[in-house]
Design a protein around this ligand. Structure first.
Ligand SMILES: C[S@@+](CC[C@H](N)C(=O)[O-])C[C@H]1O[C@@H](n2cnc3c(N)ncnc32)[C@H](O)[C@@H]1O
Length: 203
């Protein structure tokens, strides 16, 4: 279980730390994530939105950002106070407070590795997505080859995440997504900088 209090404590330093961890790819990766084509962008959910890494550049008609940490949400709110199409709310990814088939897209960036149990969250994502809606996930992954494996499983895991982290391989992600209801031929994956994975799965 991820501790919201941990994120409350690091909220003000979070953006600087993430920029450091992404080693100069921070803006490029965000552009890449948000350039994936969507069927519609009327209503989009940024799951575990944090300080709003994606929200800064998102152009959906209506955006909901959900997070458990009030500290992260406060930083997010301050950064995006002029975004009239943004609603930020406290909520738990395990029990999304939305009806079925509500969203055109659900984004989840840099959050999945925090969870030891991920399938219930993926089930929730699938439930709240409209038919033909897209789930877009970006995170570090298990690269399966050296030296990237060393970087992710040792440097990131113990220096940045204090040993608390779970990552999946490319094939592991495909299996997980199929298990929660996405069809195999609608799942696209791309490995970025040998250490991260970008996934688009259409419902
Ligand atoms: C590593 S940050 C990622 C933030 C942002 N998506 C980004 O790309 O920078 C993970 C976020 O997940 C949030 N979080 C942790 N557990 C959660 C839960 N059960 N439900 C919703 N948010 C949660 C944390 O508060 C934190 O803001």
């Amino acid at each position: 279980m991820v501790k919201a209090r941990h994120f409350d404590r690091v909220a003000k330093a979070y953006d600087a730390l993430t920029k450091l961890l992404l080693l100069g790819t921070y803006d490029r990766i965000r552009k890449k994530i948000l350039s994936l084509p969507l069927n519609s962008q009327k209503l989009v959910l940024d799951l575990c939105t944090g300080t709003g890494y994606l929200i800064k550049e998102m152009h959906a008609e209506n955006i909901i950002g959900l997070d458990l940490s009030m500290g992260m949400l406060a930083v997010n709110k301050e950064k995006h106070k002029n975004k009239k199409n943004l609603q930020l709310m406290r909520g738990d990814a395990f029990y999304l407070p939305f009806k079925n088939n509500a969203f055109d897209a659900v984004y989840w960036s840099l959050g999945s590795h925090e969870f030891m149990k991920i399938k219930p969250i993926l089930r929730e994502v699938h439930r709240v997505l409209k038919s033909r809606g897209s789930f877009v996930l970006f995170d570090i992954f298990d690269p399966g080859f050296l030296p990237s494996k060393f970087f992710v499983n040792i440097i990131v895991k113990y220096a940045a995440e204090l040993g608390h982290m779970k990552v999946y391989s490319e094939s592991g992600w495909k299996e997980l997504l199929k298990e929660v209801g996405f069809e195999g031929d609608r799942i696209r994956t791309e490995v970025l900088y040998k250490t991260s994975i970008l996934i688009k799965a259409d419902k």
